[in-house]
Ligand binder design. Sequence first.
Ligand code: GLN
Length: 391
Amino acid sequence: MPTLSKRIEHFTDSVIRRMTRIANQYGAVNLSQGFPDFDPPAALKDALKTVAEGSIHQYAVTWGAANLRQALARKQSRLMGIEINPDTQIVVTCGSTEAMIATMLTVTNPGDKVIVFSPFYENYGADAILSGAEPIYVHLNPPDFGFVAEELEAAFRQHPKALILCNPSNPTGKVFTREELQLIADLAIKYDVFVIADEVYEHIVYEPHTHVYFASLPSVADRTISCSSLSKTYSITGWRLGYVIAPPHITEGIRKVHDFLTVGAAAPLQEAAVTALNFGEEYYRELQEHYTRKRDFFLKGLDELGLKYTTPQGAYYVMVDVSEFGVSDDVAFCEWLAREVGVAAVPGSSFFRGNVHHLIRFHFAKNEETLQAALDRLQTLREKVQKSWKQ
Ligand code: GLN
């Protein structure tokens, strides 16, 4: 038999998605893969019903239906404070997962270096391998996940082609401050580097923190590729609608890659999503309040259980420190937790470069009853650790 490609030897399937399968296998409350168990807005579901009855069932324009791009350009120009041309600066993709890999394939050559903050969303590791790029990791140091400016500049000195920034950050919940972003921007300009900004949690930020769009900083829009999606903002992770916003000459390249990767995102879903993009400011305020309540509810539960964690400033994840249980194999611990305690988390090591095995990630994009069920099960954690946790 011929052998399979070398490229697939260097990464595994997603640990996040594997944890969902393990959660299903053991009937665990699934706080691993981050997606809501509540419905998207009723107006959006209604729009989908109307579209289903209509005649938009064939391919949309490859880089996105015109009305969706126009709605996106209106909303994002307003928020990002830059003028976005829907005809030349947007590519609608199959989730921001495709936005990221299409961007990586467009801006990097095999062997190019790319700066990645660690911990990082696990897709970036695979994106780097698929595009042949070599990550240079810069640490975000627990428990507050700050970075050291000298370490970052040392990474820039290695002539990277791009830097990947996830802000608000998955998995840490860190929201980069304007000062931190400015520092990154200054270095990107000084060393002539692209910035690929994954901003899918742009609307999930907890007061007093605020989200600063990277492209909104002075003089960096021309080297910034902003990737985001409708998944988290409108609770439609299964619709797989994402997008890239970039200067025209970069967008042109990404459109070509996107064309041959997927042809395009689902046309009826693009049509329905226009409704969501036209929601007023009120929607985003309510979304923020909705997630603030969930965060506070879940963190209070963790406090009552005496578990240590880093308070998330944005996104819907919390990193919990399990070192008190003597965990040195967090993958085994998460499998044990799903099986014996009935709650699924993602082992922190799948996000870190290096030897970090004392953190696990829960997400709280769930109804309060689901979160309560998880907290109830976690009541038995200490007793069960005594009884049956062995590495
Ligand atoms: N972004 C989500 C997470 O980190 C979902 C990942 C995925 O499966 N695409 O859990």
